[in-house]
Design a protein around this ligand. Structure first.
Ligand SMILES: NC(=O)c1ccc[n+]([C@@H]2O[C@H](COP(=O)([O-])OP(=O)(O)OC[C@H]3O[C@@H](n4cnc5c(N)ncnc54)[C@H](OP(=O)(O)O)[C@@H]3O)[C@@H](O)[C@H]2O)c1
Length: 251
């Protein structure tokens, strides 16, 4: 389906959202495999504090098209070309109708979805055969869930966007991947006030992503013991789905 990325030695990889959590762990894991990295996030201090040698640090706000354009130009000037770009930038806040906060919701959708779209528009001309673009979405994008009023819709849109993009880039042997993690222990999920089933560490998530990129599959999802259940739930008709999800989450 997608190109299989097996050898990382000397590969030019740009990670957006690399200063913490899954992105930081992925940066460290790819650097250890010999990739040449460009790392973006808003905080240059956090990027500089990572355990990654020789990375090109390109701080930028992924929602700001001018900042993204400047970052893209810096990465191209440093690397000459880019093999793989991965968009991980994201934000989360549990939200229900009773506490609906439009400003916060729009901010979340902007970084989780619009930022990814803006980023794609800028790097599309630079994507190359054998490489491509990957988006970190979430199993929360499969279907509507309680507390996911702002987060879920942006992730659902991101999955849909990646699917549409796949049709255009796959015939050129340019990869499009959608990465759907379950729960990963990061500052983002620290906001949750419930027990997160099958939660894994960022380093495990990074290994799953690298393994997934090796497989050539369009979707990379993990941990399977959790994501397979979410996939089954996503197949149910609405009546059953709403009843079951309410019972499982207590929502
Ligand atoms: N943790 C999970 O359980 C889980 C599950 C499914 C999907 N995901 C997704 O995985 C991705 C990474 O999540 P995480 O848990 O690793 O979160 P995290 O630890 O909070 O890391 C988020 C990263 O995105 C960067 N970022 C946020 N807003 C940005 C912006 N406007 N411009 C540029 N960079 C920005 C942050 O750096 P700065 O603050 O310095 O900008 C940070 O490097 C997100 O898209 C998230 O939705 C996470």
């Amino acid at each position: 389906m997608n190109p299989k990325i097996i050898d990382w030695q000397g590969k030019h990889v740009w990670l957006v959202g690399a200063s913490a959590g899954i992105g930081a762990a992925l940066a460290e894991a790819l650097a250890a495999r010999g990739a040449r990295l460009a790392l973006s996030a808003r905080s240059v201090e956090k990027l500089a504090a990572l355990n990654v040698d020789n990375a090109t640090l390109v701080p930028c706000d992924a929602t700001d098209i001018d900042a993204l354009t400047a970052a893209r130009n810096t990465v191209l000037a440093a690397f000459g070309n880019i093999d793989l770009v991965i968009y991980l930038a994201g934000d989360y806040q549990p939200m229900r109708a009773g506490s609906f906060d439009l400003v916060a919701a729009e901010k979340i959708v902007t970084v989780n979805f619009l930022g990814a779209m803006r980023f794609t528009s800028l790097v599309l001309p630079n994507l190359r055969e054998g490489g491509g673009i990957a988006f970190v979405a979430s199993v929360a994008g499969y279907r509507g869930m309680p507390k996911s009023l702002a987060y879920g819709p942006g992730k659902a849109a991101l999955i849909h966007f990646a699917e549409c993009l796949y049709f255009d880039l796959a015939p050129k042997n340019i990869g499009v991947w959608v990465i759907n993690p379950g729960f990963v222990a990061t500052q983002l999920t620290a906001k949750n006030d419930f027990d997160m089933p099958a939660i894994i560490q960022p380093a495990q998530a990074a290994e799953e992503i690298i393994e997934g990129l090796r497989s050539g599959n369009f979707e990379i999802h993990f941990p399977k013991r959790f994501t397979r259940v979410m996939k089954l739930l996503a197949l149910l008709p609405y009546g059953l789905y709403f009843r079951l999800m309410r019972r499982i989450t207590g929502g």
